[in-house]
Ligand binder design. Structure first.
Ligand code: ZN
Length: 409
């Protein structure tokens, strides 16, 4: 028999805390999840602490850890991961920055709108910025979603240890990037980046697209607000580490970025938005259809985290019920190890991430079972996996699909 394939579903912000409004249940416990409960019954369950006790994970480091990448070694800021999600191949030594296109009022010299009226497409505006060279450093500029863009600095002797040009609030002057250390690399990077921001500002101010916007009374997108500089260090691909051909199915950019950062193929799924209106069925069907081509399929669902961050516990419970209904698509697949967990907890009462452990289930051919019969925070605490740390999840996956190597004789 071939090794089973893996479908790894990460439900963002899945874990929660009991709410008196839900009769002392968490949104996951409150939600009616007959299918997830069957998976829990047929599988082995536990609670997963992504980074360790008391450590509150950001979604980017949480995902790297779940895929078995030590963040001390492989994480260098959100910039490179987001940029990888735009489909840009990064090279070792690149400095990657996220950016908004904002509105600088040239009379007051204030950023009056950090998102330029939430302009929905910046590709026409930034195409002439792509490829500019300043003092031997090439700038690669690509559109992101809406008012966002990715900026890469490629050249020798650069540093990502610099501050943001984005003031993060409206009606203040744009900040110029500053070096955070005394190295000549950081000094050189801020000088060149500042020149680029000035050049870009001139070019954007002269653009026909902005003239048309101004005539229509819309905020012009004339200023690059760069932030989150990260130094790209080459990362061994997921396939080279695990001998599994992998793909990622996600709506939101950051998670496509994580997949791309690790060399996974990114599947474009119409209807996958990363928002509560996403088509979960479309994602699960895409996973099912791609099964012949891949050994490992990562599916990401964002909405439970965003809903909990809004304090919308009922929305989170309802969305979990939608996942439960759609999961029938994956449920019936043969020779598949199905792993379901979250990247961290997002308690709806806190409206932010927490370090509380998250339920996890492994269900597939040959996998041990336990006595857990429902998928929830307190039920999974009695599972056969016990408490598992995020970095140990992939080794467990590798073991369960039969790829783990013998140690010793
Ligand atoms: Zn997350």
């Amino acid at each position: 028999m071939d090794n089973p394939k893996v479908i790894f579903l990460i439900i963002d912000g899945l874990g929660d805390r009991p709410l008196s409004e839900l009769g002392d249940l968490t949104p996951l416990e409150y939600a009616k999840t007959p299918n997830l409960d069957v998976i829990a019954t047929e599988g082995i369950n536990g609670l997963m602490t992504t980074l360790g006790r008391g450590k509150v994970p950001g979604s980017d480091v949480a995902h790297l850890t779940l895929f078995g990448y030590d963040i001390e070694k492989y994480y260098s800021g959100r910039g490179p991961i987001e940029i990888a999600g735009l489909g840009i191949k990064l090279q070792h030594g690149d400095v990657a920055l996220r950016s908004n296109l904002g509105t600088l009022d040239t009379n007051s010299n204030l950023i009056v709108d950090r998102r330029a009226g939430r302009i929905n497409d910046v590709s026409g505006l930034i195409k002439d910025l792509d490829g500019i060279e300043i003092d031997g450093v090439k700038f690669i500029v690509k559109p992101g979603t809406g008012h966002r863009a990715g900026v890469i600095m490629r050249g020798d002797g650069l540093s990502a240890n610099i501050t943001d040009a984005d003031p993060h609030i409206d009606n203040v002057a744009p900040a110029m990037p500053k070096a955070k250390d005394d190295t000549k690399e950081a000094q050189r990077t801020v000088v060149i980046l500042s020149k680029f921001i000035e050049t870009a500002h001139k070019m954007l101010s002269d653009s026909d697209i902005n003239r048309t916007r101004a005539k229509a009374g819309l905020p012009i997108a004339n200023y690059l607000l760069v932030r989150g500089a990260g130094f790209y260090k080459s990362v061994p691909s997921f396939e080279s580490r695990y001998s599994m051909r992998a793909c990622a199915i996600a709506g939101a950019g950051l998670y496509k970025g994580v997949g791309s950062y690790l060399g996974m193929d990114i599947l474009d799924v119409p209807g996958a938005t990363g928002l509560p209106n996403t088509s979960i069925e479309a994602k699960f069907n895409a996973a099912k259809d791609s099964l012949p081509n891949y050994d490992f399929i990562f599916i990401h669902v964002k909405a439970p985290d965003s809903l909990a961050e809004d304090g919308n516990y009922m929305g989170k419970a309802n969305f979990i019920e939608r996942i439960d209904n759609a999961i029938k698509i994956l449920f019936e697949l043969k020779d598949v190890l199905l792993v379901i967990t979250g990247d961290h907890s997002t308690p709806s009462a806190l409206k932010k991430h927490s370090a509380d452990p998250v339920p996890i289930v492994f269900r597939g051919p040959g996998v041990r079972k336990d006595n857990v019969t429902s998928f929830g925070e307190r039920a999974c605490a009695h599972g056969g996996q016990g408490y598992i740390s995020g970095i140990d999840v992939m080794p467990e996956v590798v073991n369960l699909v039969g790829l783990a190597k013998l140690i010793g004789a």
